[in-house]
Design a binder for this molecule. Sequence first.
Ligand code: GCU
Length: 137
Amino acid sequence: VPALEQEAENASIGQGVVESNHAGFSGTGFVNYNNVAGSYVEYTINAEAGGEHDLTFRYANGTTVDRPVSVTVDGASAQTVSFPGTGAWTTWQTRTAKVTLKAGPNKIRATATTANGGPNADKLTAVLVGPPDNEAP
Ligand code: GCU
């Protein structure tokens, strides 16, 4: 099963803007979350098979303060993912969370939990890491 991914700039954005002023992003830019709790990026990952996946978020945080987000899959199974400082807005790193996806489209929403908003978001990659529990229709 190949890796699945979506660029943040192609995802659904709630309170954020697409920018390209900090080098090192993939695709055509990244999302700058508004600096408020509740701002989000919602990715759609079309899984070939259901099962446990690693979700890898590529991001930059040029501050020294963590910018945690709450990650949900189709509105459920919330877990908090930490996005600590990367040293510069042009230094991009990754953080990974484990989630169960179903075969077909999954809405992965990453919502800022603090008034600082989320980190600058580059892309999300999903890789099946457990046994596939079904096949996409
Ligand atoms: C700076 C930076 C932005 C970043 C913002 C923030 O303005 O240039 O890319 O999103 O800080 O703190 O969120």
